[in-house]
Structure formats: structure tokens, C-alpha cells
Write a protein that binds this ligand. Structure first.
Ligand code: PEP
Ligand code: MN
Length: 277
């Protein structure tokens, strides 16, 4: 006999159909076509986030990303522009007409992040911060929950269950690569997690090839693989001048490279229909 799933609210078997998370008028994650989230790793200045917003919007992105509070390995590295950055991100979102997503790093910033962002992002490092997940269960904003680099698929679903059981039903899961013995890439994109999650949960599943690869040259093929595997969306780092980026420049696409990727992703649209039959 098949063993019982340890999660209930995240279960596809129990809910019976895939969820579509509403983000803003005309923008959803889940259901039809891949939703594309794009923008810099970190918000560096008003000009930088505005320029990026205009470029990614023109190429067809649906949501603008940008980190104001950055979880850095070294305390001496750039930590983000904080509240100032959130303000710039919000302005860039309003000017471009794109909804915005940003990471919550510290529970103390929850209300200011919710005041600015349309979607709250939980980073890989906080995916098992259960006190924070409980608080996110009480907010009204959708949450993108990024898989921790050492977490199993089941642990990810149970982390989502924390948010769902608190009352917030708008959770999107994000595969962003896990730690393996491979050193050729920053992390290893666990592509099998995508169809596996889609079989286990009704929650939308997106893929972040940027943090998985750590190298811009791998973003395009990994994006195609993610969509082919059934991902509901992509989160991609784009910077107007990657060589000058204060964080993750080596994995960031230029606006021109992002534009090329978007044209190819759009061409995959019809082919993707084969997946559903
Ligand atoms: C990010 O999206 O900028 C980020 C820090 O990602 P992750 O939490 O997946 O490392
Ligand atoms: Mn980054």
C-alpha cells in the first residue's frame, strides 16, 4: 500500500487540480504559459533598477525581481541597499507596470517588505526558518519559496505546508539548484524535482537557472529544460552591465541576451502544449 503523504494542504491528490496564483491584474503563476520573473540580483540604484525594468518589460517579462536585503556568504560583501532599495524597486515597478518580488531576509522587515512588494521571496537559506514561515502564513501576499540547497523535495513541501497551514494559500515553489559533489556549476539544477513536484503538489513550480548554474552561459539551455520539464515559470537574473554588478554578475544576462532567451521561450509556447496531452 502506498504510504500516506506527510503534507495535506500542499497535496495534489487531496486538492485534485493545479493551483493558479494571482499576482496582479493579468498576471498569474500556474495554469497557462510560463511566467517570467527577471531583474538584477540586487537593487543597486534607482537608475539601475529602472533601466532593467524597462528592458525586461520590453522583452516580455511579467514580473520584476530585485533584492534589497542580500544574504551574502561573507559579512564583508555588499549587503544590499535595504529600505532605499525597496523604494526604488517599487518605483521601477510602477513606472514599468510590472509587479515586483523581493526577498525577506529578517522577520523584522516583514511589514516593510509587504508594504512594497507584490510577492515575498523566501531565499534558499531561509526555507527552513520555521518561525518565519509561520509568519508568512499570516500575510496576504503570495510567497515564492525557494528550495534550500540541502533540502529534499518532501522537506520543501513540508516547508510550504507551514505557510499554507497558517492561512496563506498563495505559495509558489522554486527549484534553484541543490548542493552536490559537482563543482563545475554553482549548484546542480535538480530538473527531476520539477515533474516530481508537479505530480505531488497543486502548487505552481518555477525554476531559477541563475543560482543553479552560477554562469550566464548555461541560463538558456537550463531555461529550456525547465520549461520542457513542466515548470510554470522562470526566475532569471538580468543586469544592464553584469561586469559591474555588485552581486552575481557572472550569472546575470545582459538585456540583449535576455531578449534572445525570451524570443526562444516564446517559440517554445506551442510545443509546450504537447506536455499537457
Ligand atoms: C536570489 O534570488 O538573489 C538569491 C539569493 O537566491 P537563493 O536564495 O536561491 O540563493
Ligand atoms: Mn543572486
Amino acid at each position: 500500500m502506498e504510504s500516506r503523504e506527510p503534507y495535506v494542504l500542499a497535496s495534489l491528490k487531496i486538492k485534485g487540480s493545479a493551483s493558479i496564483v494571482p499576482i496582479a491584474p493579468g498576471v498569474t503563476i500556474g495554469g497557462s504559459g510560463p511566467t517570467i520573473i527577471a531583474g538584477p540580483c540586487s537593487i543597486e540604484s534607482y537608475e539601475q533598477i529602472c533601466t532593467t525594468a524597462q528592458c525586461v518589460k520590453k522583452s516580455g517579462a511579467h514580473i520584476l525581481r530585485g533584492g534589497a536585503y542580500k544574504p551574502r556568504t561573507s559579512p564583508y560583501s555588499f549587503q544590499g541597499t535595504g529600505r532605499e532599495g525597496l523604494k526604488w524597486l517599487k518605483m521601477a515597478g510602477e513606472e514599468s507596470g510590472l509587479p515586483i518580488i523581493t526577498e525577506i531576509l529578517d522577520q523584522d522587515d516583514l511589514s516593510v517588505v509587504c508594504d512594497h512588494a507584490d510577492i515575498v521571496q523566501v531565499g534558499a537559506r531561509n526555507c527552513q526558518n520555521y518561525a518565519m514561515l509561520k509568519k508568512l502564513g499570516k500575510i496576504r501576499k503570495p510567497v515564492v519559496l525557494k528550495r534550500g540547497m540541502m533540502m529534499t523535495v518532501e522537506e520543501l513541501l513540508l516547508a510550504a505546508e507551514y505557510i499554507l497551514s497558517g492561512g496563506n494559500r498563495n505559495v509558489i515553489l522554486c527549484e534553484r539548484g541543490i548542493r552536490t559533489f559537482e563543482t563545475g556549476t554553482r549548484n546542480t539544477l535538480d530538473i527531476s524535482a520539477v515533474p516530481l513536484l508537479k505530480q505531488k503538489t497543486h502548487l505552481p513550480v518555477i525554476v531559477d537557472p541563475s543560482h543553479a548554474a552560477g554562469n550566464w552561459k548555461l541560463i538558456e539551455p537550463l531555461s529550456f529544460a525547465a520549461i520542457a520539464a513542466g515548470a510554470d515559470g522562470l526566475m532569471i537574473e538580468v543586469h544592464p552591465e553584469p561586469e559591474k554588478a555588485r552581486c552575481d554578475g557572472e550569472q546575470s544576462l545582459t538585456p540583449a541576451r535576455f531578449d534572445r532567451l525570451m524570443n526562444r521561450v516564446k517559440q517554445m509556447g506551442n510545443w509546450r502544449l504537447c506536455l499537457t496531452v
